[in-house]
Design a protein. Structure first.
Length: 275
């Protein structure tokens, strides 16, 4: 067993496309269940593998989506589940949801994506915080890292993480785009920074500076596909294969080769997720 997972599930990276000169890429946040629903899962996985992606974490969004999430990870050996309740659906949190999630976390690598979203008018902040705290406590109890969704609520998210002792499990700050101060506090609590398509935008200023300042051992990469399309693509939706573009830009910022950056970020993901 690895982190409570069957050995074959926990070792997907080692059995992927890894080689001495072409290490695999690890997408720590990709909604593969979206592609499953649209009938394109196999095609997108094949395309991603050709681009060098060797492992995926598939986050949850709502209770109703958990069945589809596990249908995906059961079909894709390189994928692992991270079920949770997104702040958009925080009003789904309750005793029955908690019991169901507890059962699923035993088959999962993490809990996610959970957190707070200041752009949402509903559910209100109190409802979001109730769901966030409940899922954090469950993750800590079950020793599972968490994938954090945070928009315009960084200070409050960090405060709740401290209060709920989330440093005991750590995880990933998904789609990180906040300040260096937030980055350093997240790292202090054991959270890696999930670097996605924003890093490729020509007008991105703060995130490249943060990437240059923080210890590289706390950087992981993600597509958030089908969202967060990287520059300069003009497609209607993002794809898992586009992780290579993100790694290319991150490599340039770090002054590393793409192979070194792939090796670094994959090792970081394995460490933070306990694989």
């Amino acid at each position: 067993m690895v982190n409570g997972l069957p050995e074959e599930r926990g070792s997907v990276v080692a059995s992927g496309v890894m080689s001495a000169d072409k290490p695999p890429l690890f997408d720590t946040h990709v909604h593969l269940d979206y592609f499953h629903r649209s009938g394109r899962l196999e095609a997108e996985i094949d395309r991603a593998k050709q681009a060098g992606v060797g492992a995926f974490v598939v986050p949850g969004v709502s209770r109703g989506g958990w069945r589809g999430l596990f249908a995906v990870v059961d079909r894709v050996p390189e994928a692992q589940a991270a079920p949770g309740i997104h702040p958009l659906h925080a009003d789904q949190w309750g005793a029955d949801t908690e019991v169901e999630l507890a059962g699923l976390l035993g088959r999962s690598v993490a809990a996610g994506e959970i957190g707070l979203d200041g752009f949402l008018e509903t559910p209100p902040p109190a409802v979001q915080e109730r769901a966030f705290r409940g899922q954090l406590r469950l993750a800590v109890e079950m020793k599972r890292p968490v994938l954090i969704h945070c928009r315009k609520r960084a200070g409050r998210v960090l405060e709740i993480l401290r209060q709920e002792q989330a440093q005991r499990v750590g995880g990933v700050f998904h789609g990180f785009s906040a300040s260096a101060e937030v980055a350093n506090e997240a790292i202090r609590l054991g959270f890696a920074l999930g670097i996605g398509g924003v890093i490729t935008y020509p007008n991105a200023r703060r995130l490249p500076e943060v990437v240059r300042q923080v210890p590289p051992e706390w950087l992981v990469v993600e597509t958030d596909a089908p969202d967060m399309l990287p520059h300069p693509l003009r497609d209607d939706e993002n794809r898992p294969a586009n992780l290579a573009l993100i790694v290319g830009r991150l490599a340039a910022l770090l002054g590393l080769s793409e192979a070194e950056t792939a090796r670094l970020t994959t090792a970081n993901a394995q460490r933070v997720l306990g694989i």
